[in-house]
Ligand binder design. Structure first.
Ligand code: XIL
Length: 357
């Protein structure tokens, strides 16, 4: 199988093209699902890795007190072998968290019990990877999608209160004092979630907590990239004095009516939302132009952007093949299913190279 460097031996890779700007990453699922060609592509193009699924609470602590670290260990071992830093994703979320966390027999768990479980979970997981994982998405998607509501009313918020976020940050800092601590969300490029992000991070800082970064997922849709809003959020987040990470970047080519990235939402298949085995060339071209425009914007904010991470390695591995409609054929990333660079890859690389020359 041809890798991009064989076609263009002199060309720098993605992470090399942006080395003066930010790291460029990919999220990865189970390492056993990546063959030798895929592994070579990861190592060539990316210099930071996020665990896509295997460190989520449902994977690491499916039953209270029973921890399964094999998948996470395999990912960290691969990354360490290649000197690549890893981001842990995620510790407190409204999804992928087993029900046992939230109940006490047939009653809802009390605040104290839930905090005790949150602490135990974070100590076990962050503690296990202490010194091996550079930073953690401590809380994921904790902000409400409703303009007038501050935090998402998930079970953590309902049973503990708004301070579950502060508690999680505090627990993680004790579990690994050297780990970086991030708050990650989608839709924080838009005004109401931007304002809530500012409120939350300022609140955590006012409590004297360590906060290293804000994650902007950026699950984007073709022809609907809100460049100006992204620019405004990056400008606003600069005032917080923390890093910004683009954490879950992809650019959906297939029509969908579900906004954002809440994995709880689903959409029924229709005649137009299942995608194509081969993406229409004109869509791939528009995707290339829009990715390039986005990267030019991100470069403008390179002083605060620490990394830009794609949500998996190539189109065949993207979650957008199954969300919000199951069994779509999507093309949201820079490499196609045969691991070949798409027009978007070349367009993005050009932005990085132009800046270096
Ligand atoms: C997704 C994974 O990519 C899928 O494989 C899994 O089935 C569901 O979760 N926002 C997040 C990620 O923070 O954890 C989600 O990942 C995508 C949306």
């Amino acid at each position: 199988m041809l890798l991009p460097n064989l076609a263009h031996p002199a060309a720098p890779s993605l992470h090399e093209a942006f080395k003066e700007d930010f790291s460029v990453g990919a999220s990865l699922g189970s390492m056993s699902a990546f063959d030798a060609a895929e592994r070579a592509l990861i190592v060539r193009e990316f210099n930071v890795i996020t665990s896509e699924n295997n460190l989520k609470p449902a994977r690491v602590q499916p039953t209270e007190g029973v921890f399964t670290f094999a998948e996470g260990d395999a990912l960290v071992a691969f990354a360490q072998e290649h000197g690549i830093p890893v981001t842990g994703h995620t510790l407190a979320w409204h999804q992928a968290t087993p029900d046992w966390f939230f109940v006490d027999g047939d009653k809802p768990a009390s605040r104290d019990l839930l905090l005790q479980r949150l602490r135990a979970h974070i100590h076990a997981v962050v503690g296990h990877f202490r010194g091996k994982i550079k930073g953690w998405d401590i809380v994921n998607e904790g902000l409400s999608d409703k303009p007038d509501e501050y935090l998402r009313p998930n079970k953590w918020q309902q049973l503990v209160g708004d301070d579950y976020i502060a508690q999680a940050f505090a627990f993680a800092h004790v579990a690994d004092p050297d780990a970086e601590l991030y708050f990650n969300d989608y839709g924080n490029e838009y005004p109401h979630k931007r304002a809530k992000t500012l409120r939350l991070i300022k609140d955590l800082q006012a409590r004297g907590l360590r906060v290293d970064g804000v994650g902007m997922q950026l699950h984007l849709q073709l022809d609907r990239i809100p460049y100006e809003e992204i620019d405004r959020s990056l400008t606003a987040f600069r005032a917080l004095g923390v890093k910004v990470m683009i954490t879950e970047l992809d650019l959906d080519l297939v029509e969908r009516s579900v906004w954002g990235a809440d994995t709880a939402e689903h959409e029924e298949p229709t005649a137009t939302n299942l995608g194509w085995k081969d993406a229409p060339p004109e869509l791939l071209q528009r995707q290339a132009e829009q990715y390039a425009k986005l990267f030019a914007l991100l470069r403008k904010h390179r002083d605060i952007i620490d990394r830009v991470t794609f949500w998996n390695l190539h189109d065949g591995k993207s979650w957008l093949n199954n969300w919000p409609v199951k069994g779509r054929i999507n093309h949201p990333l820079l490499f196609d299913r045969a691991l070949q660079p798409k027009p978007a890859y070349h367009a993005v690389l050009k932005i990085g190279n132009a800046a270096r020359n």
